[in-house]
Design a protein around this ligand. Structure first.
Ligand code: FAD
Length: 267
């Protein structure tokens, strides 16, 4: 998709001097955000997984910048979570992964301003190098991002057959099934259900992690869940540190007990 940018961006930003500009890390957001950053000569951090307003001390100059946008995202192949700041140029621009922001109801009435722009005034024919001939939208059959309960399985589940236990628990709880990348790579579950840095980001009310160690790349996609239960045979698994409840045991024993107990208690 080609978005004619320079003239339109100037028009949109000519009156406003925003400090922060956020875009969804969707295909449209990822396309337009760098064009705007380039036009405004400011920085842009792509694919943030967390945003915080905070102070930043520049160790070289000893200058403290107040209330900056601290843009957090995985870096170096996902091995660290980096905090990126753009202290000297405004606005501070970032694209943000879907699911990172909690959906909130607005507390105040916000009146928007509609800016009608006649694109023909600003565009040449050569700006439109891509023509959309047909739009084909396929219905998303999987509702993992909006599910309030997710039961996720990892490599510790052991096999595709054992994954049936994860599906059974999700079924009795009325939730969806997710998985770690190791479970996807092992062929236990489809890629569309992968949760984490290279999968989807979720924030359900309840996240049950079964046989998942909780590496940083997995946590990036689920640690904002309201409640986390970990089922793991290793008491020292990193996921246990962020879990609200930890069940130490073999998923083959624990999951059938959880299913049985839930079925008995809802009668
Ligand atoms: C660039 C990059 C991107 C990545 N993106 C993602 C991503 O999006 N999502 C993701 O998940 N990972 C991602 N990873 C991979 C990540 O680093 C881990 O390798 C992966 O999350 C591990 O998956 P796991 O916890 O299922 O497996 P393991 O780390 O092997 O953990 C298995 C766990 O199961 C437990 N266990 C074993 N047997 C049992 C049993 N019988 N009962 C109960 N518990 C048991 C073990 O104690 C262990 O804690 C990425 C890696 C990189 C480098």
């Amino acid at each position: 998709m080609t978005l004619p940018h320079s003239a339109i961006v100037s028009k949109i930003f000519q009156d406003e001097k925003p400090r922060i500009g956020l875009f969804g890390a969707t295909s449209v957001g990822r396309d337009i955000a760098p064009r705007i950053a380039s036009k405004l000569k400011c920085g842009l951090t792509a694919d943030c997984t967390e945003l915080i307003i905070g102070d930043y001390l520049d160790r070289k100059t000893k200058k403290v910048y107040k209330d900056l946008l601290l843009q957090r995202r995985p870096a170096f192949g996902g091995n660290i979570i980096a905090t990126i700041v753009t202290p000297d140029t405004l606005p501070q621009l970032a694209t943000v992964r879907e699911g990172v922001m909690k959906k909130e109801k607005s507390k105040r009435f916000v009146k928007g301003k509609v800016v009608n722009i006649d694109p023909d005034k600003y565009l040449n024919k050569t700006d439109l190098v891509v023509k959309v001939i047909e739009r084909h939208i396929e219905e998303n059959k999987l509702n993992i991002k909006n599910s309030s309960i997710i039961v996720a399985g990892g490599y510790g589940v052991g096999s595709k057959e054992n994954f049936q236990l994860v599906y059974d628990l999700a079924h009795v709880l009325g939730g969806e099934v997710g998985g770690s990348r190791a479970a996807v790579d092992a062929g236990f579950i489809g890629h569309e259900r992968q949760i984490g840095q290279t999968g989807v980001t979720v924030r359900p009310k309840l996240y049950i992690a079964c046989g998942i160690s909780g590496q940083i790349q997995h946590r990036a996609g689920m640690e904002k869940s309201a409640m986390i239960i970990s089922v793991n045979s290793d008491p020292n698994a990193p996921i246990n540190k962020i879990a609200d409840y930890v069940v130490i045991g073999d998923i083959k024993k624990v999951l059938p007990q959880m299913i049985k107990s839930y079925k008995e208690n809802i009668k």
